[in-house]
Write a protein that binds this ligand. Structure first.
Ligand code: 13P
Length: 338
């Protein structure tokens, strides 16, 4: 394990004004995105879409520090034969890879999941390193019980998911790959922001305990958390300042200062909400870690709509991606203005 290299990579992933493009949708998930524009879910269409993004010069050169890829994509080549990994490197960004195999029903725990993918992970990481990946991602899914059901998430669910995240992280570091640790508290539902705070704190405190127990070196990690936010369908959803204040308070209580940076998921927030929340945190607080983005939907929804799967719309798709990347780059500096 080369700690200096891990720390250097982690710091580059959260460099000022930059964040991460999460383009690691599984084949099933990208199919749902394509269905929204009436596009068939084929390997060529997936390649064309991602090639368009990775060739978007301003976004990629100036605002994207790294790209999270899916297994298919890390092995794919652009139309001219250049590997997609090389396109990312040409833009000065770092290729990364999603290595979990998804959230599966947790035995004996109705409504809860555990993320799988540890079997064979050591060998897969070695393979991905050869293919150019210098960081990885693993996402734990934590649901919040609805309508007063405080039994979800259970201690059992939190324990098994955080244990798996730490096992994944230790294997990544052994392979000189920076682990993004992602405990996602899901935003769907009508729960309050206070309940989201409680559950996020529970998950993060357990996560850092597991990382310590399993010898993970925090300086060689990046945290990818949800924001502390009202449920999507809650009455009286909290405003931007409240989300920023409660997210910062929660992170300050849970995340050691040794962590090189925090890159949020967007989790179903609208594009502008995701930008405004990030900006509010960076504009109002002096924090021990850089706060930036690792957005999937909040970076891709606008370009996908503009592109609509048509070659004649590539320029419009790239313009939309440039815009969202620039807005989020500004938000990561606290310099965005609505
Ligand atoms: P969203 O920003 O769309 O939530 O996706 C980020 C991600 O990588 C989820 O694992």
């Amino acid at each position: 394990m080369d700690l200096d290299q891990l720390n250097e990579t982690a710091c580059a992933m959260v460099a000022p004004g930059k964040g991460i493009l999460a383009a690691d949708e599984s084949t099933g998930t990208i199919g749902k995105r394509f269905a929204s524009i009436g596009l068939e879910n084929t390997p060529d269409n997936r390649r064309d879409w991602r090639e368009m993004l990775f060739r978007t010069e301003m976004a990629m050169n100036e605002h994207v520090s790294g790209v999270i890829l899916y297994d298919e994509t890390i092995r794919q080549s652009a139309r001219d034969g250049t590997t997609l990994v090389q396109l990312i490197r040409n833009a000065g960004a770092i290729p990364g890879i999603k290595v979990d195999t998804g959230a599966k029903a947790l035995a004996g725990a109705e409504g809860e999941t555990v993320t799988e993918g540890l079997d064979g992970l050591r060998d897969r990481l070695a393979d991905y390193y050869e293919l150019g990946a210098r960081f990885a991602k693993w996402r734990a899914v934590i649901n919040i019980g609805q309508n007063g059901d405080d039994s979800v998430p259970s201690q059992y669910c939190i324990n098994v998911n955080m244990h798996a995240l730490a096992r994944y992280a230790a294997l990544c570091q052994e392979a000189n790959i920076v682990p993004i640790v992602e405990p996602e508290v899901i935003m769907d539902g009508n729960h309050s922001i206070e309940r989201c705070y409680e559950v996020t704190e529970f998950a993060l405190k357990t996560l850092y305990r597991e990382l310590f127990d399993q010898g993970v070196v925090l300086e060689g990690t990046v945290l990818k958390p949800n924001m502390v936010i009202s449920g999507t369908t809650a009455d009286d959803r909290a405003g931007i300042e409240e989300v920023a204040d409660m997210t910062v308070q929660c992170l300050a209580n849970c995340v050691p200062a040794a962590v090189p940076g925090i890159a949020f998921l967007s989790g179903g927030q609208s594009d502008e909400e995701a930008t405004a929340h990030l900006n509010a945190m960076n504009a109002s607080y002096d924090l021990p870690w850089p706060l930036t983005f690792s957005y999937g939907r909040a970076l891709q929804a606008a370009p996908l709509k503009a592109w609509a799967g048509k070659p004649e719309n590539v320029a419009a798709g790239q313009a939309a991606f440039n815009h969202r990347a620039r807005m989020n780059g500004l938000a990561s500096l606290g310099e965005w203005d609505a």
